[in-house]
Design a protein around this ligand. Structure first.
Ligand code: G3P
Length: 219
């Protein structure tokens, strides 16, 4: 399973990269806005930190403008994946960009029917938002399972990216379902480390080690 980091913050990216487990980064207009730096400039810096797929999202709403924006974003770096929303204009743009060899990540996916449209248009990645589905009281993970079944039935090459991740359970459930990628906020990546037995176990090991050395050095 590929791990992407869901942020546009350079310090967060540097911290996660040090773990050696990050395969890419996803940004969106809200995450870019938090950094207060234009998207082109910020994703260029992200591409210098991570050698993997970096999603940069279009902010226009007509297919003509999305295609132009997508071409511009794709020129920033070879690893840029153009993110476009799952609306009819977005699918027109994805289909045109795919024909030009530009890779796309179709975002704001909330149904299997939408995911089918994205695959048919030639999307490189589909991003179902499982946390936001849970937020309205539906089981978000079921959407991941449905999309994977449908894509397998027809051998679509589009990768399924579990997005809008709220905690470790989402990551485990998405991995069990077979999602190709998940994108994590740094907080969730850090939560993946936590287990109380690791903490108490390490404490005991170090205590035993200290005691042994103290005894040896006493002679
Ligand atoms: O980048 C898309 C996504 O992961 C959004 O997550 O937490 O805003 O629902 P969230």
């Amino acid at each position: 399973m590929k791990f992407f980091l869901d942020t546009a913050n350079l310090d967060e990216i540097k911290k996660a990269v040090a773990y050696g487990v990050i395969d890419g980064v996803t940004t969106n207009p809200s995450l870019i806005a938090k950094e207060g730096v234009p998207v082109d400039e910020q994703v260029r810096k992200i591409c210098e930190l991570v050698d993997g797929d970096i999603s940069a999202e279009v902010v226009s709403t007509t297919s003509r403008e999305m295609i132009q924006e997508g071409r511009r974003l794709a020129k920033i770096h070879k690893n840029i994946v153009v993110k476009a929303p799952l609306i009819p204009e977005g699918i027109v743009a994805v289909s045109a960009l795919a024909k030009e060899g530009i890779r796309t990540n179709v975002t704001l996916c909330f149904s299997a029917a939408q995911a089918l449209l994205a695959a048919k248009a030639g999307a490189y990645i589909i991003s179902p938002f499982i946390g936001r589905i849970d937020d309205i009281g539906w089981p978000g993970i079921d959407l991941i399972k449905d999309i994977l079944t449908i894509y397998k039935n027809y051998s679509y090459g589009t990768q399924v990216l579990a997005a809008s991740i709220r905690g470790p359970l989402h990551v485990i459930e998405a991995a069990k379902a077979g999602a190709h990628i998940t994108t994590l906020p740094l907080k969730v990546l850090d939560q993946l480390f936590h287990h109380p037995l690791t903490g108490t176990g390490l404490e005991q090991f170090l205590k035993d080690h200290r005691n042994a050395f103290e005894l040896v050095s006493a002679y």
